[in-house]
Design a binder for this molecule. Structure first.
Ligand SMILES: C[S@@+](CC[C@H](N)C(=O)[O-])C[C@H]1O[C@@H](n2cnc3c(N)ncnc32)[C@H](O)[C@@H]1O
Ligand code: SF4
Ligand code: SF4
Length: 464
């Protein structure tokens, strides 16, 4: 590898990755995202600096010269670290090495943004229409009272998101596959280099639809499945026959090699099926998320479906922890609200949640909110029909700045809690819905932590 510097070798950023890099007072956050497998790698500032030179037009020696000038260091002391960094980047498939005989197209490296709040992902609610009548749905979906964003408006949005280095947009709803222009919408994001995820109830996925999804360049498909039998899934989803259709949809997508993520909302009807669900996720080689029910919208009318906070710890311990559902499922990490991006910072500097910090939600009429679960007028940051996303993100209306500045340790009860590092003070929307303020702990997360004690002990976390 050391001979690299002497040889005519040209490092070039892979065209299979997307970059999101941001620097701010005293900090740096860099993410390399692989749309094909959904893998994310966090990079430090040194790796990022080297990446700036990986255009395919410069030899390793020329990179070394530039670094020596930039850091005012002799070349000889930078040679070894540079070779190591290039080696790491190459091993991770972030760059490749050209030998100089190939055509020399230049790779455009996106700039490092100047913000403490780099935007990584966006949830886009394409419609409020829905073909199901779920007993737990938090949205006022199914009555189509929104004036939906047009394809043209969404095309403009895609360009704005690309400029902000957003690496993935999730197309959701309501039921996004009800939009007649769904595949044209997916195309505008794919064309602009923003990876596309689809979030669907799966019941509209027949052979034709599955073919179209597989051909559209969609990166991953999230499908909601709330049981392993019609008896559990159908009543919860409010439409008889939806289980058969959704299972068929899942199988058709699986047959076409789509990357699947199954979303299950835990409730009294399906709580006995966790083992069977887990087997199904594994058979499909799908990542999964088993989440609690957020008490917004329909669950308020269907309280009998919900577990009480008192029952939760035991339930977690007995089923979810024992079966490792909580720890293996991608979205059900034990680190409540502590996604990797937040966990890059020490707990005392950590925001409570990634909502409004690294992600945002766009409602069917263009209103921007920190997430799909915080939608009250006080959380509306602006509307993409009135302003650029960049301006809304940098200078939001409403109380999102409060969310951004809120640290998990500022929440009474959480500050002294032994679970704080694992929990990060839970879900803000849950706290808000329970107590009317985002400054409260999330009682569901407390219950989850309590039920997970045996797991912590088993994993060697001493204080448990
Ligand atoms: C709002 S739906 C939109 C996409 C599509 N219609 C579907 O059902 O997958 C997105 C996800 O939110 C979940 N969801 C809806 N209401 C919820 C609630 N009250 N608590 C937790 N998750 C909820 C759904 O189960 C689904 O997995
Ligand atoms: S959860 Fe999804 S499928 Fe069910 S009513 Fe809500 S939007 Fe429709
Ligand atoms: S377990 Fe409860 S009190 Fe402890 S950090 Fe989480 S939300 Fe706060």
């Amino acid at each position: 590898m050391k001979a690299l510097v002497e040889e005519k070798t040209y490092p070039i950023l892979s065209n299979r990755v997307l970059l999101n890099r941001a620097s701010y007072d005293g900090g740096f956050l860099g993410v390399v995202y692989f749309p094909a497998g959904g893998k994310k790698i966090h990079i430090n500032e040194h790796l990022s600096t080297v990446l700036d030179y990986c255009t395919g037009k410069r030899t390793v020696e020329s990179v070394l010269n530039s670094l020596a000038r930039k850091y005012h260091e002799p070349k000889v002391s930078l040679k070894e670290p540079l070779v190591q960094i290039l080696d790491t980047l190459e091993k991770e498939d972030i760059i490749s090495m050209r030998d100089g005989t190939e055509p020399q197209a230049k790779m455009k490296i996106p700039p490092v943004l100047k913000t403490p709040y780099p935007l990584h992902t966006v949830n886009l609610e394409l419609t409020a229409e829905c073909n199901l009548k779920c007993m737990h749905c938090f949205g006022k979906f199914g009555n189509g009272h929104f004036e939906e964003l047009t394809l043209e408006e969404i095309g403009d949005l895609a360009k704005q998101l690309k400029k902000l280095q957003v690496y993935e947009v999730a197309l959701s709803g309501g039921e996004p596959l009800l939009r007649e222009d769904f595949f044209e919408i997916a195309k505008v994001f794919v064309k602009d280099g923003v990876a596309v995820g689809l979030m669907t109830n799966g019941s509209l996925v027949d052979e034709q639809m599955a073919d179209n999804i597989a051909r559209a360049g969609i990166n991953s498909v999230g499908v909601s499945l709330d049981g392993v039998r019609s008896d559990t899934h159908d009543p919860f989803r409010g439409v008889r026959g939806s289980f058969q259709k959704t299972m068929k949809g899942i199988q058709l997508l699986h047959d076409r090699g789509m990357r699947l993520k199954i979303y299950t909302v835990l409730n009294r009807m399906n709580s006995g099926e966790m083992k069977a669900l887990l087997e199904l996720y594994r058979r499909l080689d799908a990542t999964y998320s088993v989440s609690r029910t957020l008490t917004r919208g329909k669950p308020r009318e269907n309280k009998h479906l919900l577990f009480s906070v008192k029952e939760f710890p035991r339930f977690y311990e007995k089923f979810l922890v024992a079966e490792e559902v909580v720890f293996r499922g991608e979205g059900s990490r034990i680190k409540e609200g502590g996604r990797e991006e937040l966990a890059q910072r020490p707990v005392e500097e950590r925001a409570r949640c990634h909502a409004g910090v690294h992600t945002l939600n766009i409602r069917p009429d263009g209103a921007v909110t920190p997430c799909a679960s915080l939608i009250e007028p006080e959380f509306v940051m602006g509307n993409i029909r009135d302003n650029l996303v960049e301006d809304i993100w940098l200078e939001p209306e409403g109380t999102v700045n409060q969310i951004r500045e809120l640290r998990a340790i500022e929440i009474e009860k959480c500050a002294d809690c032994r679970f704080l590092d694992q929990c990060g003070s839970g879900c803000m929307a849950c706290a808000y819905l329970e107590k009317g303020t985002i400054l409260a702990p999330d009682l569901g997360a407390c219950a989850k932590m309590e039920g997970s004690k045996s797991f912590f002990r088993k994993s060697g976390v001493r204080r448990f």
